[in-house]
Write a protein that binds this ligand. Sequence first.
Ligand code: R5P
Length: 297
Amino acid sequence: MSVVVHAFQDEAVQAERLAAALGAPLGLVRVHEFPDGETLPTVPAVAPTVLVYRSLHHPNPKLAPLLLACDAWRRAGAERLVLVAPYLCYLRQDAMFAPGQAVSRDAVGRLLAERFDRVVTVDPHLHRTSDLSAQWGVPTTVLSAAVPLAAALEPDPDTVVLGPDEEAAKWAAALAAALGAPHGAMRKRRLGDREIEIDADGLPPLSGKRVVLVDDVCSTGTTLSAAVRFARRQGARIVDVAITHVLFDGENPLPGCGARSVVYTDSCTARADAVPLAPLLASALTDELEPARAPPC
Ligand code: R5P
């Protein structure tokens, strides 16, 4: 076998789905943590191409073992390392917003680009970055979760798809295209981590409609809860919510806000009700299964 999927134990469920979708073997990286907090990853047997499944939510404890494992993969003989990171971290800090700050997007990008030959991700939080491949200097495949999310939503011909803020307009457009529905975006003013105001003008009429609210990320749930309440105040008959990346650890913060259903992918969670991204990821990785082309004579 010229391709293997490797993953860390905490994402074995999602990595197993990807390996099964590709028909590739799965190996798990073991990580020893020393009493002083240093880590030592040990990688399983490699193939010429290693597809590394590592979604980079809660990134800080993940990054050091991942970078060390890259050294191990190369020493073990891997010729090609492909990072499959459904969630990419640190993309929001894409500029120095105040003197003295880092541009985290590029600092993390350099770490990855120096070690991986390709990156595959889903709905990255890019608002001022049009081309991540050019920005980071590593071929990056950007996938959309719109089709799997659309398939998980209850069909309703009278649907309007909305983003909770202007940055979510593109997620709304993609999901609306998959559902064949009109779309728009609200306006958000953030007053604090858990305090926002939502308003809107120019939205399609919501009265009596099924509204689907879609966002790339749900962290505290503040944004989507407020957006659900806003849609209900505008007369929406039913509100469903679709999210690519759920960053909340404990209880889902959305029940109780008035949404009928909340669908989300397994990019950052192994919950049984999450929509698997494996078929989407596998469809973008089939070219890795092909034998390397012979160089031209
Ligand atoms: C912001 O631009 C993102 O797209 C989300 O709207 C935001 O991260 C959601 O955070 P929270 O759930 O804490 O409101």
